[in-house]
Design a protein around this ligand. Structure first.
Ligand code: ZN
Length: 269
């Protein structure tokens, strides 16, 4: 019934032998489809292998902004080969992360610049392959990574769509994304008491403008907080957001799934 639009099933936290159980638990919670995202080159074949073994799993191919320094300059040839796999439904996880400090030997400026270059290159690949882009942004304070990513998206928004994943608000920034034709997606953070801007955005988001995700193995919702998160937990976020919006789970699923199908170019569940 629902899709976990963003998780990392090739993470070391999910041993391969556990994946069938994890898919079964998800399906018991009515999460019948999941999109697993690669974060570095080595991660791509592992994610693709999961899609080949499980009809419920699709993947996105990209280099996470915190992995750009370990990635060789000529990464794009390899990335494109992976992204052409028929089960790859988007380009990502890419984006801008100004939260984590620059790695040893890099200035903040050079690190941020390399992330911006990679983000543009990911958009170029997406346009070339007719796919959309999954964007991560994170700041220590303020919204510089969001602002910069939005500016880069605006260079490509007539040719590709972007989802700003794990969107935290405020609403004003959500509207900037939607105005460019993009989407946002909400994790279990929307259920946390402290995340007022995030929750208000999830309530105000027009039907069809957002998707649901876990970002598993990170960001487990209550009552699993602090533990490993898994795709089945999408259900807790869905129940919470449906309730906050005054919708039934079926009503919520109808428009979040239509956003999923159009963004990832997937058939309805
Ligand atoms: Zn992620």
């Amino acid at each position: 019934m629902l899709t976990d639009s963003h998780c990392h099933l090739a993470s070391r936290q999910f041993p391969a032998e556990e994946i069938p159980d994890l898919v079964r638990r998800a399906s018991e919670a009515n999460i019948s489809r999941m999109v697993t995202l690669a974060t570095c080159l080595e991660d791509c074949p592992n994610n693709l292998a999961l899609t080949e073994a499980h009809p419920e799993i699709f993947c996105a191919i990209g280099i996470h902004p915190t992995d750009v320094c370990e990635t060789p300059d000529d990464y794009m040839t390899q990335l494109q080969l992976h992204a052409q796999h028929p089960r790859c439904v988007a380009i990502g996880e890419t984006g801008l992360d100004y939260y984590h400090p620059a790695p040893d030997g890099w200035t903040e400026e050079a690190y941020n610049q390399r992330q911006q270059d990679f983000l543009r290159q990911h958009f170029e690949l997406a346009c070339k392959l007719g796919k959309n882009v999954v964007i991560h942004t994170r700041d220590r304070s303020g919204t510089a990574s969001f602002d910069d990513a939005l500016a880069i998206y605006s260079e490509f928004s007539d040719r590709a769509q972007a989802v700003f994943h794990c969107f935290l608000g405020p609403q004003e920034n959500m509207h900037k994304v939607l105005d460019l034709g993009g989407l946002v997606s909400f994790t279990a953070i929307s259920t946390f008491k402290s995340a007022k801007d995030c929750r208000e955005s999830a309530i105000a988001a027009p039907a069809g403008s957002f998707m649901l995700e876990t970002d598993a193995p990170y960001l487990a919702p209550a009552p699993h907080r602090g533990k490993r998160c898994e795709p089945g937990h999408t259900r807790l976020t869905a129940d919470f957001i449906a309730d906050a919006r005054g919708e039934s789970l079926e009503q919520l699923a109808k428009h979040t799934e239509s956003a999923v199908c159009s963004f990832f170019k997937l058939p309805p569940l």
